[in-house]
Design a protein. Structure first.
Lengths: 155, 84
């Protein structure tokens, strides 16, 4: 039965991947580790998409599929407007800077692939990456700005 | 180690220091439930499309059998009567 096999394989995949993906999602939404409802929603939606495409992956890594969906859903922007003030190491960053930094350094995705995924020129990804690293290593003083708008990071 | 690499290592260390969130127990089941719903919707949409296609083919076949559009229509005027 295809459905039963899909369910079994998917459960095994989630058991191995959900922890890391939730960590990435929580870094992106900049929520406290123990109160991260937005990151959980983001992850649930991405995993649901992965489950629905499971039979059509044809050798593609389901982790890549889930990560891509997570990044695109976050980039689409319903996840970083409003909500509690940002927390965690990426609190001072804008949405696009967080996305580039998490994909490049937390997930180890190459600059070229990040550029293709986000539809940005590679130099722009490099610039966002450099700025994001500088902000993490030397955070500005004062409270983090709330609601980092995606448009604020646009050129 | 270049400056860039040192910076990257420092940021990775920041990530490693951040506490890891705990995956809530119901998350996998919820994702499966939603994914199953998406699959069901896709299946329904596919079925509806097939039904529409089959109905269109059947309707065309019946119309063609009745109207016989490939046949020449019968003449509407009587040919003139000559040589009588």
């Amino acid at each position: 039965m295809r459905g039963a096999r899909r369910a079994r394989e998917f459960e095994a995949f989630v058991a191995g991947a959900a922890g890391r993906l939730l960590h990435a999602a929580t870094l992106l939404t900049a929520e406290p580790t123990d109160a991260n409802p937005r990151a959980r929603q983001l992850l649930t939606a991405s995993l649901a998409h992965t489950y629905a495409s499971w039979d059509r992956l044809r050798g593609e890594d389901p982790y890549d599929c889930a990560r891509r969906e997570l990044a695109l859903r976050y980039a689409r922007g319903a996840w970083h407007r409003g909500g509690p003030p940002p927390d965690g190491p990426l609190a001072h960053l804008k949405a696009r800077e967080r996305l580039v930094l998490v994909l490049r350094l937390f997930e180890g995705v190459g600059e070229e692939q990040v550029a293709a995924l986000l539809g940005l020129p590679q130099e722009r990804v490099g610039a966002l990456h450099a700025r994001a690293m500088a902000l993490v290593l030397h955070p500005p003083r004062g409270p983090a700005p709330d609601g980092p708008a995606m448009s604020g990071a646009a050129p | 180690m270049s400056l860039q690499e040192r910076k990257e290592a420092a940021v990775r260390a920041v990530f490693d220091r951040a506490p890891r969130p705990v995956v809530p127990p119901g998350l996998c089941a919820e994702a499966m439930r939603r994914g199953e719903r998406t699959l069901r919707r896709r299946r329904t949409a596919r079925r509806v499309l097939w039904c529409v296609l089959l109905a269109a083919v059947a309707a065309f076949t019946v119309w063609a059998a009745v109207a016989r559009p490939w046949e020449e229509p019968p003449a509407r005027t009587t040919p003139p009567l000559t040589g009588w």
